[in-house]
Ligand binder design. Structure first.
Ligand SMILES: Nc1ncnc2c1ncn2[C@@H]1O[C@H](COP(=O)(O)OP(=O)(O)OP(=O)(O)O)[C@@H](O)[C@H]1O
Ligand SMILES: [Mg+2]
Length: 278
């Protein structure tokens, strides 16, 4: 069995959702509460303080911090922190998937929000999906200048960062639409820009939301510069061959697999996390 098959088998075999259902009331649409009459645990500080509610219901870390899905993001965050803060701090993390619409943006945002909700983690979230930029939409931000403008016009990243009301989370939006993102991302400018961000913001996580890796070449370029990638796999969507192809395309820089929208016994969506890098 390959490592990816092992990772997926392990993910499929885990039952965190069952435990979560018994220990936390949900409030998340479509997800039943615990039904065991236990009191709700106190709301996490950062989220409680913001009072923010985003339009998209899958923004669970902000909207429903006690839901099973938000709990899965906390586990993902903890695993990520453990694996990236060793001898050195691997702070540049790309989030991708083999095919489209597997949940990359939802994962990037919830993970970034989860990291930013923690006291000592400042987080920068970059929307590097210039084809279908969505971070600003999910977060209810205006689409202004952003990454593409830094790459094309040499604008300073620091000038274009948008502060959010979510902990210490700042966003670099995708920016002005461009005709051919591949060219932009294969340039030396792109390489320099990401490496500059990595060292300029060397005390914070930089989470990069990307296009799917199989259809679009720029994701390979981004993964080539990132310290690690997280591969989102939506249950029932990509074939095993596509997942394997994606792992190869990512140059074996896959830190973990996020198994998304797995159907629990209650018929609801959950995230499972499985470490891939061992
Ligand atoms: N676990 C989940 N449960 C329910 N809905 C989900 C889940 N994950 C993602 N979605 C929904 O699936 C859709 C696609 O999610 P998202 O935008 O994150 O995918 P994507 O991989 O970024 O897509 P694209 O390839 O277009 O960038 C959205 O409507 C999102 O709300
Ligand atoms: Mg997306």
């Amino acid at each position: 069995m390959s490592r990816i098959e092992e990772a997926l088998a392990k993910a499929a075999g885990m039952k965190p959702a069952t435990q979560v259902l018994r220990t936390a009331s949900s409030g998340y649409p479509g997800v039943p509460g615990n039904g065991n009459g236990q009191a709700r645990p106190p709301m996490p500080e950062a989220v409680h303080a913001s009072g923010l509610r985003l339009p998209e219901e899958t923004m669970v870390v902000i909207n429903e911090p006690l839901s099973p899905m938000a709990e899965e993001f906390r586990k993902l965050k903890e695993a990520l922190v453990k694996m990236t803060k060793r001898e050195r701090f691997d702070n540049l993390i790309a989030v991708t998937s083999a095919t489209a619409s597997e949940g990359k943006s939802v994962t990037s945002i919830n993970l970034a929000a989860s990291l930013a909700g923690e006291y000592d983690h400042t987080v920068l979230l970059i929307d590097a999906d210039l084809r279908r930029p969505s971070v600003h939409k999910y977060l209810g931000l205006k689409s202004g200048k952003g990454l593409s403008d830094c790459l094309r016009e040499g604008l300073d990243v620091g000038e274009l960062l948008v502060k959010t009301q979510i902990g210490k989370l700042s966003v670099l939006p995708a920016g002005t639409p461009v005709a051919n993102p591949v060219e932009l991302f294969s340039s030396d400018t792109m390489r320099r820009l990401f490496l500059e961000m990595k060292s300029r913001y060397n005390d914070r996580y930089i989470i990069i939301d990307t296009p799917p890796v199989l259809p679009f070449a720029e994701t390979r370029s981004i993964a080539g510069i990132a310290d690690w990638t997280l591969l989102v796999v939506r249950e029932g969507q990509p074939s095993l061959a596509q997942i394997q192809e994606a792992v190869e395309a990512l140059d074996n820089k896959v830190l973990g697999v996020v198994y998304n929208a797995a159907q629990s016994h209650a018929g609801s969506s959950y995230y499972y996390y499985s470490s891939y890098s061992g």
